[in-house]
Design a protein around this ligand. Structure first.
Ligand SMILES: NC(=O)c1ccc[n+]([C@@H]2O[C@H](COP(=O)([O-])OP(=O)(O)OC[C@H]3O[C@@H](n4cnc5c(N)ncnc54)[C@H](OP(=O)(O)O)[C@@H]3O)[C@@H](O)[C@H]2O)c1
Length: 442
């Protein structure tokens, strides 16, 4: 597929800075940024290195880059916790930086020292906005793990132009939501174009296997979204719009109906809704919009979990669906939310054990259909549990891909993983992070 990488949202702006102006030269924001980046002390700073997922990511980067040319540092709000992390992991030489997520001047000083900030400080809607603002203003590249669509939209609307002007490349959703889905669709569309000369106007993803758990940070993000939505009717409406993260000028009109428990003829299996479908589909539609509608203006995408065959499969699918609805209802109602948080759900900083992470895995199947009915299929597998072991590796490799593989003159703005990193990240994930992408016949 010849992918057209477009500037997210607006045309390139030209900025004139005095010394260059005196020489009669006009520099683009990207060229200025490139010049300013040369002297930065670090390639990457991990902000929130002491979080549950941040610790796993820090170990991964240490393992992969211990003796190599990557200059990196860890940052967080607690000196003691950072010290303990460095000792536990054996990072005796690593530089540590103290910054609170609400401290603008500390974050400015942090951004002045690095080309890229990779953040696991969440819920992002509560603690992430100041950092995105500073990155956008200072032209510092940024990636994170958020899956909070309402916050992403707010950041895009508030700092989109600032990031374009400064040349900061901002990439949200670099974890299990939404890298496998976003890159899976990108991969399948390329294969479809090669095989049939056209892209697929419909793709569905089915979760065949997924073994892992949830962390306190993820639960806190879901609870915060539920709280925000319960007091904001505009947000509730926005959360129903699959194109809410697309630029306002998008011209997509088809609405995918929500997946309900049903029988999938293709897989001869009952299916149930997939909890990540909402954020993943929004990211994929944004990728389509940013790539000049390269998947088509009538492109539809949906995700579901394959449950099983026969009567047992049917009952299990209803059970999964009802279970999900009950947990959501429990989180919406304050007294049950309190009970769930107090006695059942993991607290911030907690998550699946190392054994659970290592024994986790996932397998996702994608089927694309072109307008003449030709089908193309692919499979993505990942080792370790999707939400933490694998997510930490995906986020680390995204930051490294931004630092090392993405051309420095790629424009600033709010990108998606597929549009800014695409195949470069796919290659890294296969060679460094335990993922596999393959085309399948049936
Ligand atoms: N996309 C995905 O697939 C995916 C997967 C997993 C997690 N996530 C998201 O990633 C985020 C992290 O998850 P987690 O389970 O690792 O969370 P966590 O363990 O609860 O960690 C939260 C981090 O935020 C830091 N923090 C909180 N307030 C701060 C402040 N004011 N200033 C500086 N740092 C502050 C905490 O610092 P201390 O260590 O000092 O307490 C901690 O490091 C969550 O938003 C979660 O939803 C996404």
């Amino acid at each position: 597929m010849t992918q057209r990488i477009a500037n997210p949202c607006t045309p390139v702006r030209f900025r004139v800075v005095p010394p260059y102006f005196l020489l009669g030269i006009e520099y683009t924001a990207e060229l200025i940024k490139k010049a300013e980046m040369i002297d930065k002390e670090f390639d990457i700073i991990i902000f929130g290195a002491t979080s549950f997922v941040g610790q796993i990511m820090t170990r991964h980067i240490k393992e992969k880059f211990n003796n190599s040319s990557l200059n990196w540092a860890v940052a967080g709000r607690s000196k003691e916790k950072l010290k303990k992390l460095s000792k536990d992991i054996g990072l005796y030489e690593i530089k540590t930086i103290i910054a609170d997520a609400n401290d603008e001047s500390a974050l400015k000083a942090l951004c002045a020292r690095t080309k890229i900030v990779v953040s696991t400080v969440g819920p992002y809607a509560l603690y992430g906005s100041t950092l995105v603002k500073i990155c956008a203003e200072t032209g510092t590249d940024y990636c994170d793990l958020t899956g909070e669509p309402q916050w992403i939209k707010k950041m895009q609307e508030t700092y989109g132009k600032t990031a374009i002007d400064s040349g900061a490349r901002i990439v949200h959703c670099c974890g299990f939501d939404s890298i496998p889905s976003d890159l899976g669709v990108h991969f399948l569309q390329q294969k479809a174009l090669k095989k049939t000369g056209q892209t697929c106007n419909k793709i569905n993803m089915r979760v065949l296997k997924m073994k892992g758990g949830a962390s306190g940070g993820t639960i806190a993000s879901i609870i915060n979204l539920i709280k925000e939505a319960s007091r904001n009717s505009k947000l509730r409406k926005e959360l129903k719009n699959p194109y809410s993260l697309c630029p306002p000028s998008h011209n997509f009109t088809l609405f995918q109906s929500n997946i309900k428990v049903s029988y999938d003829e293709e897989y001869k299996s009952w299916i149930a809704p997939f909890i990540m479908a909402a954020i993943n589909s929004r990211v994929i539609h944004r990728s389509n919009a940013l790539s000049g509608n390269s998947y088509g203006t009538d492109f539809l995408y949906e995700e579901a979990v394959l449950i099983g065959k026969g009567k047992i499969g049917k009952w299990k699918a209803h059970f999964v669906n009802i279970g999900l609805a009950m947990v959501m209802a429990g989180l919406i109602i304050p007294p049950t939310r309190w009970l769930l948080q107090k006695f059942i759900l993991p607290k911030p900083g907690q998550g699946p054990s190392e054994e659970e992470q290592l024994s986790g895995e996932y397998e996702l199947l994608f089927t694309g259909t072109t307008s003449d009915g030709t089908k193309v299929k692919c499979r993505i597998t990942g080792d370790q549990d999707p939400g933490y072991g694998s997510t930490a590796k995906m986020l680390a490799q995204s930051a490294i891909c931004l630092a090392k593989d993405v051309p420095k003159n790629t424009k600033g703005g709010f990108w998606t993983p597929a549009t800014i990193m695409g195949d470069k990240l796919t290659k890294r994930l296969i060679s460094q992070a335990g993922l596999d992408f393959e085309i399948i016949d049936s």
